[in-house]
Design a protein around this ligand. Structure first.
Ligand SMILES: *Cc1c(COP(=O)(O)O)cnc(C)c1O
Length: 354
């Protein structure tokens, strides 16, 4: 793939590491390429970061044809920058594209776009503990018509944002509300695709939970509202009576790369991990019996997020005295150790950038 590079003439000042937060600052450039049904992907380019110009009828603005990915570049102690399992994000992007009738990107082209872009922007990767350069590849339908059909024109972009440590004041367990009204996804829908529409549909429950002092919602399945699916925009895991349980990927759950990595780490350490249906009743019974030993969410942003309290139909349950559990801590230490290059990567998950 031929990528043209136009460098900015006015590079921005890099923000101080303690002001970063999440997704507030953006680097100097962005990667962009266009697709048309006749030409395929064309005009791959890295250009100065700036606003887009869209036709007012552009598909994405009306019918929500949008998918995205989220991964991070990490600064190692030796100064080098590395990615974590980028091929997993690349494959998932194409799976999402297939579901929304957006075009496929050849895996080697997406990897080339990602590495060329990160290589150019790598100075933006902060180095303080817990900080990273968040990468946001995304694609949207960009036909200039109100007609409803599979898109004929699309745009693929990668932007990057230096982000702060998720845990500035140590890993504090969060309070989660089990949502029994709104649902995030149903089987046959778009739950397994990383698409913007899933997020739009989940905001209402998130706002309601926030008003009641909860940081995220735990979603139940969309048909019976009986089985546990995900927590906010993270996958979820529990330790019940010694067994580590995470909901099976039934089609309405996003197949997280952190989820997959947690399972692989736990299996390697000799734990038994069950991917199965887990009903909210089983969870409530375990909470009442005191056999729910640990609960945590997992995703790229937080790595793992311990759950200290669950609220279901008005009843509050405290988990592990509201403290982070042993397995949650092990997963955090192992994954962050590999990501920031402090632990040996015996899985072959890291991908250094030149
Ligand atoms: C991105 C995402 C996750 C976590 O996936 P990772 O690959 O681990 O970052 C979980 N659930 C939803 C709904 C997501 O969008």
């Amino acid at each position: 793939m031929n990528i043209s590079i136009t460098k900015t003439t006015c590079p921005k000042e890099k923000p101080a590491s303690n002001t970063l937060g999440f997704g507030k600052f953006f680097t100097d450039h962005m990667f962009m390429m266009d697709y048309s049904k006749d030409q395929g992907w064309y005009n791959a380019r890295i250009i100065p970061f700036g606003n887009l110009s869209l036709h007012p009828a552009s598909t994405v603005l009306h019918y929500g044809s949008e998918i995205f990915e989220g991964l991070k570049a990490y600064r190692r102690a030796d100064g080098k920058v590395q990615l974590f399992r980028p091929m997993e994000n690349i494959r998932r992007m194409n799976t999402s594209a297939e579901r929304l009738c957006l075009p496929q990107i050849p895996e080697e082209d997406m990897l080339e776009a990602l590495t060329a872009f990160v290589s150019l922007e790598q100075d933006w990767t902060p180095s303080d503990p817990g900080t990273s350069l968040y990468l946001r590849p995304y694609m949207f339908g960009n036909d200039e018509t109100l007609g409803v059909h599979a898109v004929h024109n699309a745009t693929f972009i990668i932007i990057a944002s230096p982000v702060g440590s998720y845990y500035k004041e140590g890993i504090n367990p969060v309070k989660i509300m089990i949502e029994d009204q709104d649902v995030r996804a149903v089987r046959g829908g778009t739950g397994y695709a990383k698409c913007g529409g899933n997020y739009a549909a989940s905001n209402r429950a998130g706002e309601r939970a926030a008003q009641m002092g909860y940081s995220q919602v735990l979603w139940l399945d969309g048909v019976e509202r009986k089985y546990i699916e995900e927590v906010g925009a993270m996958n979820v895991m529990f330790k019940i009576n010694g067994e580590i349980v995470t909901p099976a990927l039934t089609g309405s759950i996003l197949p997280g790369i952190t989820r997959k990595s947690c399972i692989e780490v736990l299996k390697k350490e000799g734990y038994k991990v069950s991917e199965r249906l887990l009903s909210v009743q089983e969870l409530a019974d375990a909470l009442a019996a005191g056999t729910l030993e640990e609960a945590w969410g997992c995703g790229t942003a937080a790595v793992v997020s311990p759950i200290g309290e669950l609220c279901y139909q008005g009843t509050k349950y405290v988990i592990n005295n509201g403290e982070i559990g042993k397995i949650t801590q092990t997963l955090y230490d192992t994954l962050t150790g590999i990501q920031w290059g402090k632990l040996e990567d015996s899985f072959g998950w890291t991908y250094p950038i030149d």
